[in-house]
Design a binder for this molecule. Structure first.
Ligand code: NAD
Length: 443
């Protein structure tokens, strides 16, 4: 099919906005659509709704080149485009299942306004089988309208990491494309042509396999983190050092060094929800996911351990003040969805502590997420402000600005002497030399 891709991107969140901007940077015209009018108005006035390093530069370049526009007008976007990406949220429902209402709503809208052949590409992380449901929703809508247009559905899961999203999108380890025909795979390769020329591996599968690859990848990474966290817990008891264990393990080519950093448990908008969703999908099909189930359980325990360990060293937390450095689920993002800091802060407050907290980018998001605990939290201006008169200071997220703090100054500012480095960015020796009681994770 000799088609020049013109892209519509539904959803301008972490994935949709980055994908839209990067695809525009590939030289393709992109129309980004969102139902959130405030977000679209903001984008049209140069206001980027998320913190993602480099996004401003990419965005400006593509706005100047006239390759990207932002709108709430779904009809216009559908009519003007031939490759329609769905990149809306698939948040977890109460029972862990993925909430598909936003994906289905976009499918309905596409069926409603389709005016010719379209390729509909699902980039959201969705349960296996969603491609077929999307196909049916669109087909039913076309029937209802009494029109006949052909279309194809593609699964193209996204693997970018927040904080490194632009690099990841433009330098992926692989591009996964689930299709039902060779011709559609060729259209998708045109969208990703700059990568194709650079010989990024393209994994072309059926739709179901592509959908499964995403869940399997995230569940595996969550397992790797959880595995090293449990080894860290054991290291603490037996006098071993998890960083050395992980380093030596990682040198084994069969294991690999990444995702072997012990910490306070994984968080974010993907691993917690995708592990739970995978368990739900498996349950529906009568298949046991015992490893993934254990990972979910162990990760909850890991987050709870922070307050328990603090209590062990600081005694009863009632009336104590704890400083929390880092609220985002990882550095270089303002995303606090399922961030360990939220659980840790709630736990500490439930145990009677007051909190002083700071994050370089995620203060606004954290304030919203922790609204319930507002009376017990003082939001601070920087790390040293956070340390003011606290009994213990806890590094929850390893932002660069927390990596080289003036320890002598901190010691002076703090009331107590407990330094809890949940991310192992300091050495026990350096901290203890300054007169602190050091708590780490498996070191
Ligand atoms: P997000 O919540 O940041 O953004 C979703 C956006 O979709 C919002 O702006 C919302 O207003 C918009 N939206 C909702 N309904 C819409 C509609 N009918 N039409 C147009 N826009 C609509 O979500 P996200 O973090 O970007 O995640 C999107 C998907 O990508 C999820 O399935 C997620 O699992 C997956 N994913 C996320 C990441 C990540 O790091 N955040 C990485 C890989 C995959």
């Amino acid at each position: 099919m000799n088609m020049i891709p013109k892209v519509a991107m539904f959803g301008t969140g972490y994935v949709g906005l980055v994908s839209g901007v990067c695809i525009a940077d590939f030289g393709i015209n992109v129309i980004c659509v969102d139902v959130d009018k405030e977000k679209i108005d903001g984008l049209n006035n140069g206001k980027i709704p998320i913190y993602e390093p480099g996004l401003d530069v990419f965005l400006e370049r593509n706005i100047k080149a006239g390759r990207i526009q932002f709108t709430t007008d779904a009809k216009m976007a559908i009519e003007e485009s031939n490759v329609l990406f769905i990149a809306v949220g698939t948040p977890p429902k109460e029972n862990g299942e993925a909430d598909m209402q936003y994906v289905y709503a976009v499918a309905e809208t596409i069926g409603q306004y389709m005016n010719g052949y379209k390729v509909i590409v699902d980039k959201s992380t969705v349960p296996v089988g969603t491609g077929q449901v999307v196909k049916k929703i669109i087909a039913d809508k076309l029937k209802e309208r009494g029109v006949e247009y052909s279309f194809d559905v593609v699964s193209n899961p996204e693997f970018l990491r927040e904080g490194k999203a632009l690099y990841d999108f433009t330098h992926p380890d692989r591009v996964v494309i689930g299709v039902e025909s060779e011709e559609v795979a060729e259209i998708m390769k045109k969208v990703y042509r700059p990568l194709y020329i650079n010989e990024t591996p393209f994994v072309i599968t059926n739709i179901e396999t592509a959908e499964m690859i995403k869940y399997a990848s995230n569940a595996f990474l969550a397992t790797k983190i959880t595995f090293i966290n449990e080894i860290a817990n054991l290291c603490e008891k037996v006098g071993a050092n998890v960083q050395q264990v992980a380093m030596a393990m990682g040198r084994d080519g069969r294991i690999g060094p990444k995702f072997l950093h012990a910490g306070p448990g994984f968080g974010g908008s993907c691993f917690p929800k995708d592990t739970k969703a995978l368990v739900q999908i498996a349950e529906k099909h009568g298949v046991q996911m015992s490893v993934v189930n254990a990972v979910i359980e162990a990760n909850e325990r890991q987050k709870k351990m922070v307050a328990e360990k603090l209590e062990k060293f600081a005694g009863d937390l009632k009336g104590k003040t704890i400083g929390i450095l880092g609220l985002a689920f990882k550095p270089e993002t303002d995303d606090v969805r399922e961030a360990p800091a939220l659980t840790i802060i709630a736990d500490l407050i439930e145990r009677g502590a007051s909190i002083r907290a700071y994050d370089p980018q995620a203060m606004e998001e954290a304030k919203k997420a922790l609204r319930k605990y507002a009376d017990n939290i003082t939001y601070c201006k920087h790390a040293y402000d956070t340390a003011e008169s606290v009994d213990a200071l806890v590094i929850v997220t390893e932002w660069h600005e927390f990596r080289n703090m003036d320890l002598t100054l901190l010691k002076k500012i703090m009331r107590g002497n407990i330094f809890y480095d949940a991310r192992n960015i300091y050495s026990r020796k350096d901290i203890e030399e300054k007169g602190f009681v050091f708590i780490g994770t498996g070191v």
